[in-house]
Write a protein that binds this ligand. Sequence first.
Ligand code: ATP
Length: 337
Amino acid sequence: MAAKHTVVLVPGDGIGPEITGAVLRILAAAGVEIEWERHVAGTESLATLGTPLPDTLLAAIEKHGVALKGPLTTPVASGFPSVNVALRKHFDLYANLRPVKTLPGMATHHGEIDLVIVRENTEDLYSGLEHVVVPGVVESLKIITEKACTRIAEFGFQFAEQNGRQTVSAVHKANIMKLSDGLFLDCCRKVATRHGSVAYNEVIVDNAAMQLVMRPRQFDTLLLENLYGDILSDLCAGLVGGLGLCPGANLGPRCAIFEAVHGSAPDIAGLGVANPTALLLAALLMLRQLEERAAADRIEAALVQVMQEPARRTRDLGGEATTSQFAEAIAAVIEAG
Ligand code: ATP
C-alpha cells in the first residue's frame, strides 16, 4: 500500500546523516506513513553528480512540495554558493519561521522562553551580489524591496494572529540604513495597520541583541530582514539551550523545506554525539503541516519525557547519550505508549 505522504529527504553534510537517521527512527516508531525520497546535495552531489544542487532534487521538491533537509556545508570565502540560499531563492521560500521555545524541564538563565523569529529569506545581503570594485575594495549589495518586505510582514502578522500571539516587533537599523531598513519599516508599519488585533513595535537591532540577552521574555514575534534574522536566530538558540534545540521552516507559495537552524557542525561530525532535537522539532513542524498532529504530539511528549532526565540528554546539553541512544530512548517511550 502506498504511504500517505511522500517527503523529499536530504540527509546533508557533517552531522546531517547522523541526526537524520535518528529522526527517521523516531518518526518510524510513531508509525507515520511517510515514503522518504532521498536526494543528495552540496559537497556530496558535487563529487558524484558534478553539481551542488542537482535538477533531480529540484524536480522532486517541486513535485512533492515538502522536504526535510539536514544541514549543508557552505564553503567559506570561496567555492560554490550556499545551496541553502539557492533552494530558498529557487522555490521562493520567502518566510523563514524559527520558533524558539524552552523545552519543559530544560534549565535556562531566563525561565520559560516562547518567541518566534520570522526572517525574510530571499534578499538583503544574501542576494549574493558582490564584486571587486578595484583591488582592495569590495562592494556587497544589500537589496531590499517593497514587495519582499510587505510579503514577510504580512506573513508575520498573519502568523501572529493565527497562533494567538500578541506583539510583532520589527528589528531594524534604519537609523543608519535610512533607505533600505527605512523601506522595511515603512512596509511593516503599513501592514501593521491592517492587523489591529496584534500590537506592533520597533527595535534597533543592536539594542534587540542586548535586550534578548538581558530580558528575552519581553519579546513575542520578531520580524527581521535576512541577515539580522540569521544572527539573532543563533543568539535566541543560545537562550533555550543551544543550536541543537532550534527548528526552522522555509515556507513559500509552492513548497516547504524543514530543517534545523544549525549548520553541519564539522567539529563533531562522525562522532555520534550530535543532538538530533532541532531536526526532530523541524520534522514536528512538518508533521503538523501534513495534518499529522496526533503523531507530532506523541513524539513531542516522548521527547519531553526523555529530556526530563539530564543523563539521557546528548552531550551538548550536559548528558551522556549518544545520538542513537537518545533516539532509541524516545522511540522506546513512543512504542511503549
Ligand atoms: P553555518 O554557518 O552552517 O550556519 P554555524 O557556523 O552556525 O554553521 P554550526 O555548524 O551550526 O555552525 O555549529 C556551531 C557550533 O554548535 C559547533 O560547535 C557545533 O558543534 C555546535 N552544534 C551545532 N549543531 C549541533 C547539534 N545538533 N548538536 C550538538 N552540537 C551542535
